[in-house]
Design a protein around this ligand. Structure first.
Ligand code: PMP
Length: 288
């Protein structure tokens, strides 16, 4: 496997960062997880825009321009002869000393890994996921805006561990006020009486690229959609529930905390959105 690392395409075995890199020492950095479908980097420009906003929010100067990032991302895929897969683009604060000071880090480090992806097994798309609400809450937006896709994922990792302890593959995380924020690595939606609802970024949701795509699809299909504060009760009593993410795409949820959602099987709105999503994945993006 060939990895892009700071301007060079190197063998995976040589793709190494320093133990003094602040991405490792402090989680001081940002990233994107991007899908490649039949030679199309899905919504690459939107991912890079989010990366640029994350960089601005943490006062990090990206070492490459938008055009250079597009070229490096596509070239990494090409060098690995990849047509379908998952791309991880990471920018760290770079090498510094053992103190926090980011201004002592000489230059950011940027690497791009283009690899394959481990998907949820097909049966979950056919039958839906049973998920739980975990005790760990999302970090307050005033402490660390959830819109920054940073390397600080420990909060989500604790949620993921708790999900596994409860025998679930994903979990809903609430914000500090008790409203539904999102899942450990996916956004969450419900359908109630014909309208699609999802929590806003202010409630602790990442502005997911797949989430945005669902808004576009809903508008195209003429389905009402809105951001709304949601409680666990709203999800229990929804007609349908589904999660979105670059890895998960659009995956139905049929149970939360032991309560059956709707008819206990993937609903018609979820089916329509997933079908339309799969139509778009090879159309919207940057071709290699
Ligand atoms: N929320 C979190 C916490 C995530 O890490 C992700 C990405 N895996 C998402 C939501 C979904 O975002 P996207 O659709 O951009 O992949």
């Amino acid at each position: 496997m060939i990895v892009y690392l700071d301007g060079k395409y190197v063998d995976a075995a040589d793709a190494k960062v320093s133990v003094f890199d602040h991405g490792l020492l402090y989680g001081d950095g940002i990233f994107e997880g991007i899908r490649l479908y039949e030679g199309n980097v899905f919504r690459l420009v939107e991912h890079l825009e989010r990366l640029e906003y994350s960089a601005k929010a943490i006062l990090l100067d990206l070492p490459l321009t938008r055009a250079q990032l597009i070229e490096a991302t596509c070239e990494t895929c090409r060098r690995n002869n990849l047509r379908d897969g998952y791309i991880r683009l990471v920018v760290t604060r770079g090498v510094g000393d053992l103190g926090l000071a980011p201004w002592l880090c000489a230059k950011p480090s940027l690497f791009i890994i283009a690899s394959t992806i481990q998907l949820y097994p097909k049966e979950y798309y056919d039958n839906g996921l049973a998920i739980v609400t975990v005790p760990t809450r999302r970090i307050n937006a005033a402490a660390l805006p959830p819109t920054i896709k940073s390397l600080n994922y420990l909060n989500n990792i604790l949620g993921k561990i708790e999900a596994r302890q409860a025998g679930a593959l994903e979990a809903i995380m609430l914000n500090d006020q008790g409203y539904v924020a999102e899942c450990t690595a996916d956004n969450v939606f419900i359908v109630h009486k014909g309208t699609i609802y999802t929590p806003s970024a202010a409630q602790g949701a990442l502005k997911g690229i797949t989430r945005d795509t669902i808004f576009d699809i809903a508008r195209t299909l003429g389905l009402p959609i809105a951001e709304q504060n949601l409680t666990r009760y709203d999800v229990w009593c929804a007609d349908e529930c589904f999660l979105t993410g670059s890895g998960a795409e659009v995956i139905p949820v049929v149970k939360l905390d032991g309560r059956v959602i709707g008819q206990g099987k993937p609903g018609p709105v979820t089916h329509r959105l997933l079908a339309e999503f799969r139509q778009r994945v090879t159309r919207e993006g940057v071709r290699l």
